[in-house]
Design a protein around this ligand. Structure first.
Ligand code: ZN
Length: 82
């Protein structure tokens, strides 16, 4: 978890730091979910994207990041799995 301090623009927008976008695989124009709960605003990707190849189909969350089946298999093979 990381924290950034941002100012709200006159249009009500804030920018998401590039490091956080890269970390979560967020691309320009990706739909996001904005939730308010008990005085906090939470923003998360509406569609989970693979952090490795950018795919959106069949992506699952693993350790807080998106990974598709194809990339998961490549990682598994690279690490000596079968
Ligand atoms: Zn992938």
């Amino acid at each position: 978890m990381s924290t950034a301090y941002k100012k709200v623009t006159s249009h009500g927008s804030i920018s998401i730091p590039v490091a956080m976008r890269r970390e979560l695989g967020i691309e320009p124009k990706d739909p996001m979910v904005v939730e308010e709960r008990q005085g906090e605003i939470r923003i998360r990707p509406y569609t989970l994207r693979c952090n490795f190849c950018g795919a959106v189909d069949g992506v699952q969350e693993f350790c807080g990041k998106g990974i598709c089946r194809s990339c998961a298999q490549k990682v598994f093979q690279k690490l000596g799995g079968e």
